[in-house]
Design a protein around this ligand. Structure first.
Ligand SMILES: Nc1ncnc2c1ncn2[C@@H]1O[C@H](COP(=O)(O)OP(=O)(O)OP(=O)(O)O)[C@@H](O)[C@H]1O
Ligand code: SF4
Ligand SMILES: [Mg+2]
Length: 343
């Protein structure tokens, strides 16, 4: 089995909610990330999916150490990076890079493409001697499928897909081991999404990269991910490989998300029951007791209000040992055995 390059344990990020201007008083907390555990294995892609506000970008920022965790540990190759600072942190940062969602706002419009892609070398001069940088940047342009002669152009001279290639080239500059991709194709046209995903798949093999690929839609991550974690209100509620998550989901939330994915084939569309979830996502400042999904779950029972379901293989499914036996944070995890209320 491949080695885990990243191990995330009990990761928490709470943002304090305060009242008052002079005498600030904390009146609560936004529990953006509220106990996240996962491993990222060498060379794999872990998809992280969930609705807007469930904490995906906050997880990404914590992994990049752009935010300080409230609690928990992040181990990069066995070393806890949450405690590092100075030189040691800088060295780890070189190995974990990020590609952002919006290629229109994440690139500085006043910098040339060459300066944008070469910017990481200013922070890590040891990665490329000054005289070598131009050639390195041109190599990177070539690697992501852009003409190396475009080095002096500005971001506005490129299309959305090309700009995301520039963002990817910048992410690759320091030859990292992990790239965290926060919705890298969500702002792109559907036709361009596939091209960028294909490029990322090719680069992953070429440079032996491990990816965390964040999206709000299960269908986008399906083909690029080896495993997928489904997030709800600051926690991963189900985690498994493609077959487990897409063919044998056992958590009601994943089942609801999948039932909303458009199906092109009209016949299978007719046979499918769409699950309409009741109510809105609760505020992360006011998370329900017990199972955080219970206010919208059609299977909720008394136990769900008092007992937090752990992310683990549920005992009842452990015995079946098939693809349904995977981590699912639900007391009553089961393959679609019950129709939604009113359905
Ligand atoms: N600096 C901050 N201060 C206070 N609250 C924050 C801060 N950053 C994020 N939040 C809150 O934390 C929650 C999670 O936000 P986050 O950006 O991680 O969600 P997301 O899953 O990336 O959403 P989206 O799909 O919209 O990008 C949200 O309720 C958000 O408002
Ligand atoms: S634990 Fe209860 S409320 Fe939570 S998902 Fe399972 S059945 Fe629904
Ligand atoms: Mg986000």
């Amino acid at each position: 089995m491949a080695e885990a390059v990243l191990q995330v344990r009990g990761l928490v990020k709470h943002f304090p909610l305060t009242r008052g201007i002079v005498f600030k008083k904390q009146i609560g907390a936004v529990r953006a990330v509220d106990g996240v555990d996962f491993d990222l294995f060498q060379g794999e892609t872990l998809g992280i999916v969930g609705e807007s506000g469930c904490g995906k970008s906050t997880v990404a920022k914590l992994l990049m150490r752009l935010e300080e965790p409230t609690a928990g540990r992040i181990l990069f190759k066995g070393e806890d990076i949450t405690r590092l600072s100075g030189k040691a942190l800088k060295a780890v940062r070189r190995n974990i890079q990020m590609v952002f969602q919006d290629p229109y706002t994440s690139l500085n419009p006043r910098m040339t493409v060459g300066d944008i892609i070469g910017e990481p070398f200013e922070i890590h001069p040891e990665a490329a001697p000054k005289g070598d940088r131009r050639r390195k940047v041109q190599d990177l342009l070539d690697v992501v499928g852009l003409n190396p002669e475009y080095i002096n152009r500005y971001p506005h001279q490129f299309s959305g897909g090309q700009r995301q290639r520039i963002g990817i080239a910048r992410g690759l500059a320091l030859n990292p081991e992990i790239i965290i991709c926060d919705e890298p194709v969500s702002a792109l046209d559907v036709s361009v999404q596939a091209q960028v995903i294909n490029l990322m798949t090719r680069l992953q093999k070429e440079f032996d990269l491990s990816y965390i690929f964040i999206a709000h839609d299960l269908s986008i991550v399906r083909h690029i991910s080896d495993r997928v974690g489904v997030m709800y209100l600051g926690r991963i509620v189900e985690l498994g490989n493609e077959e487990q998550i897409y063919e044998h989901p056992t958590h009601p939330y994943t089942q609801a998300l999948l039932s909303a994915v458009p199906v092109p084939d009209p016949e299978s569309r007719e046979h499918r029951e769409r699950i309409i979830l009741a109510g809105d996502v609760p505020s992360p400042a006011n998370i329900p007791s017990g199972c955080r999904f219970r206010t919208r779950c059609w299977k909720a029972q008394e136990r769900c209000a008092v007992e937090v379901p752990p992310l683990a293989v549920p005992p009842a499914l452990r015995e079946v040992a098939g693809p349904a036996a995977h981590e699912s944070a639900c007391h009553f995890a089961a393959e679609r055995d019950c129709a939604p209320a009113g359905g």
